[in-house]
Design a protein. Structure first.
Length: 85
């Protein structure tokens, strides 16, 4: 849906503005006050999951149909199978 795509884009732009550093993405020490600085780490799931979901959200012509697949918590598509009658 276009609204979710827009929210995803706004999230990505905010992360680029606030979390990007010279060496990659960082975590904030306190999300309520970015002046408190960064933690010197990038969580392993950030690219593998967070950015993957944002990428998929921005592709309106992706081949993964959400009525046929779901994504697990690691961002991998799993086909939905029908339960036997």
């Amino acid at each position: 849906a276009p609204q979710y795509r827009e929210w995803g884009w706004q999230t990505f732009v905010a992360m680029e503005k606030v979390l990007w550093t010279a060496n990659g993405y960082a975590s904030l020490k306190d999300v309520r006050d970015k002046k408190r600085g960064y933690l010197d780490r990038m969580e392993s799931f950030f690219i593998a999951e967070t950015l993957k979901y944002l990428f998929l959200l921005q592709d309106p012509n992706n081949k993964i149909k959400l009525d046929k697949y779901i994504f697990n918590t690691e961002g991998h598509p799993l086909s939905i199978s029908k339960l036997p009658d």
